[in-house]
Structures are given as structure tokens and as C-alpha cells.
Design a protein around this ligand. Structure first.
Ligand code: FDA
Length: 320
């Protein structure tokens, strides 16, 4: 109930206006968001890199409402790719296709995605296409396959959400082309007709997909993390759930898979202890670092995931 309401609020423009201008909300959001400017984000990335942690930048923005806005968002993503090249950080970027214009017209998103991937190719970096809510699933996969066919394979990867019934089939198909896949549970509110309503089914699906990704990586010759930390191996296991991580480790052991043949991914500001523990154990870890002024929907999804975050927010409100 609370989760659904928070996800509804994440898309409500009236709520966005109120919360975005609220000082307390900004303060609470700063746990998850690296800052509003590129400089602030680069500082966080430097600190993470110094701890042996790789990064994927997310210049926040989604559901862009005009072609001009989509073009500007694309320019900003291209700039961060240039920034990474200059600074030499162990970092790539994550993008959302609705940020590049998919909510407006497929061709706008397609052209902008091509611009981003051309830049990634020229600076030798990797761009992960995040998966958004179900109205975008088919078009996102479709554009990903198209770009893989246009010579960008190796420079881009995709995300699969364990909560969708279709994901098992999607991931098997993705493995036939050796696509780099990030598996996550899924952050949106989806109807029961297309997504598992129960957490235990989502967890089971997550584990099954983890195994398929590891087996797929073996089929693809077991690629490992690149020396510069930019190119992730095929399986990217994105979760803070210790049981899911333990399951992935068990499969690695069972299949005699190298530690750097996959990477664990987590969100900035969540389970820093676990991030550092995995690094100490010798696993590649990549942190998703969001930044920019459009932090509202991302922040609301993080509140939705964990009621404790919401109570923290509310109790601070009454204390102020
Ligand atoms: P789960 O929600 O079961 O949480 C397990 C534990 O993690 C909790 O008990 C708590 O300790 C901690 N935790 C989780 N969320 C927290 C929070 N918000 N605040 C504090 N603690 C928290 N989704 C999507 O739909 N499309 C995408 O492209 C992506 N991309 C993506 C990239 C990366 C790197 C990550 C880590 C996640 C995503 N996600 C995503 C989000 C994902 O779908 C999911 O919503 C969150 O990761 C939370 O799920 P967990 O797997 O952590 O499990």
C-alpha cells in the first residue's frame, strides 16, 4: 500500500513541486544523490574509486516532455562521458531512454541513443540502459537489440527486472547474443497480470536469472572486468539483498567461476558496509551514482523501497 502510494507520488507533478522545494527533503535525498552538479558527483566518484569501487554515473532525468529537453539531456550525458575520459575515473554511465525522448517518439530516443553510443565508442566507455516501467519494456529492449546490431555491442548493456514474468524469456534471448545484463528486482509498481506480486517469487526469479547469467557468461568465454574498470563482465548482480548475493556466490563456487567474472552493483548511499565487504573479498563492485537537479522521482522510489526511510523522513519533519 505505502509502496504503491509512494510510486504514485513519484509521478505526480503536484507532489514533485512541493517535495522538490522542501529543504528537509533535499537533506534526506542527499543520502542517495551525489549532488546537483557534475563537480559534486565527481567528488563522490573519486572517493569511491579510492576505495576500489567502480561507478556508473546517472545524470538524473526521466520522462522528458519535449524534444529540446531530450536533446539537452543527451548533451549532458555526452559531457559526462567526456569528463570521465579526462579524469580517468573507473566509471561508465547509466541512462534512461525516457530521458532521451522515448516518452515522446521512438525516433527521438533512437537518434539520441545513437549519439550517446557513438561518444561511448569514441572514448572507449560503456553505457548501461536502465529498465523503466512496463510501458517502455518492449521499446527499450528493441532499441537495445538495434544498437547491438549497429556495431555498438561491447559498448552497451541492458537491465532485466526479476519481478516481470517475461524476464526469464528475455534473459535467455539476451544470452544468445552475449548481451551484458544487469539483473535487479524492479523498482516500479506493476500490475499482477505482468509481475510477481510476492517478494519470495521475485527473489526466486532473481536467483534463477543470476544462474542463467553466470552460465551465459561461461558460454560466452567468461569475460572479466576490464583493467580500467569501465567494461563490466556479462552478469551484473544489482541488489543489496544479502541472500541474493550469497546465492550468486554459491553459483560461482559451484561452477568454478572467477570472482572478477561478474560484478555486484549497489546504489549510492545504501549498504556501504556490504559494498566494502565485497571489495575486501575480491569481488568487483560498482556503485550507481545519481546526480543532478531532477532527483525527485528517484528519491521517491528509494523511499518506497524501505518504509524505514519514509519514517525517518516523517520523524525529521516533526522535529524541525
Ligand atoms: P530489497 O528491496 O529486498 O532490499 C534488500 C535490503 O537492501 C533491505 O533489507 C535494505 O537493507 C537494503 N535496501 C534496499 N533498498 C533500500 C533503500 N531504498 N534504502 C535503504 N536500504 C535499502 N530498478 C529498475 O526497475 N530498473 C533499473 O534499471 C534499476 N537499476 C538499478 C541499478 C542498481 C545498481 C541497483 C542496485 C538497483 C537498480 N534498480 C533498478 C532498483 C532495484 O530494482 C530495486 O528496487 C532496489 O535495488 C532495491 O532492491 P534490493 O535488490 O536491494 O532488495
Amino acid at each position: 500500500m505505502i509502496r504503491s502510494f509512494m510510486i504514485y507520488l513519484s509521478k505526480a507533478s503536484w507532489a514533485r513541486k512541493i517535495v522538490s522545494n522542501w529543504k528537509l527533503a533535499r537533506r534526506v535525498a542527499s543520502r542517495f544523490i551525489a549532488g546537483e552538479t557534475t563537480e559534486e558527483a565527481l567528488k563522490v566518484v573519486k572517493e569511491l574509486n579510492e576505495k576500489g569501487i567502480n561507478v556508473t554515473f546517472d545524470h538524473l532525468g526521466e520522462n522528458v516532455a519535449s524534444e529540446e529537453g531530450a536533446n539537452v539531456a543527451t548533451d549532458e550525458i555526452i559531457e559526462i562521458l567526456e569528463e570521465i575520459e579526462k579524469s580517468g575515473f573507473r566509471a561508465g554511465v547509466s541512462i534512461k531512454l525516457s530521458q532521451l525522448g522515448l516518452a515522446l517518439d521512438r525516433s527521438i530516443a533512437e537518434n539520441n541513443l545513437r549519439r550517446v553510443l557513438n561518444k561511448a565508442k569514441s572514448v572507449n566507455n560503456f553505457v548501461r540502459i536502465d529498465m523503466e516501467d512496463s510501458p517502455y519494456t518492449e521499446a527499450t529492449l528493441d532499441l537495445f537489440y538495434q544498437m547491438m546490431g549497429e556495431g555498438f555491442s561491447g559498448y552497451t548493456g541492458i537491465v532485466v527486472q526479476a519481478y516481470l514474468y517475461r524476464s526469464m524469456d528475455d534473459v535467455k534471448k539476451l544470452m544468445t547474443i552475449g548481451a551484458p545484463v544487469r539483473i535487479c528486482k524492479g523498482a516500479y509498481k506493476e500490475p499482477h497480470e505482468i509481475a510477481f506480486p510476492d517478494k519470495e517469487d521475485v527473489d526466486k526469479s532473481f536467483d534463477q536469472i543470476t544462474r542463467i547469467l553466470i552460465e551465459g557468461a561461461i558460454e560466452a568465454g567468461t569475460p572479466v572486468l576490464s583493467d580500467d574498470g569501465k567494461f563490466p563482465p556479462i552478469p551484473a548482480i544489482a541488489t543489496h539483498d544479502e541472500e541474493r548475493i550469497a546465492y550468486a556466490k554459491r553459483v560461482i563456487n559451484e561452477l568454478n567461476f572467477p570472482l572478477n567474472g561478474l560484478e555486484f552493483q549497489m546504489l549510492n548511499g545504501i549498504r556501504r558496509d556490504l559494498q566494502e565487504q565485497l571489495v575486501a573479498e575480491g569481488y568487483p563492485v560498482r556503485i550507481y551514482v545519481p546526480y543532478g537537479t531532477e532527483w525527485y522521482p528517484y528519491f521517491m522510489r528509494r523511499l518506497a523501497e524501505r518504509p524505514a526511510n519514509l519514517w525517518f523522513f516523517i520523524s525529521n519533519f516533526f522535529r524541525n
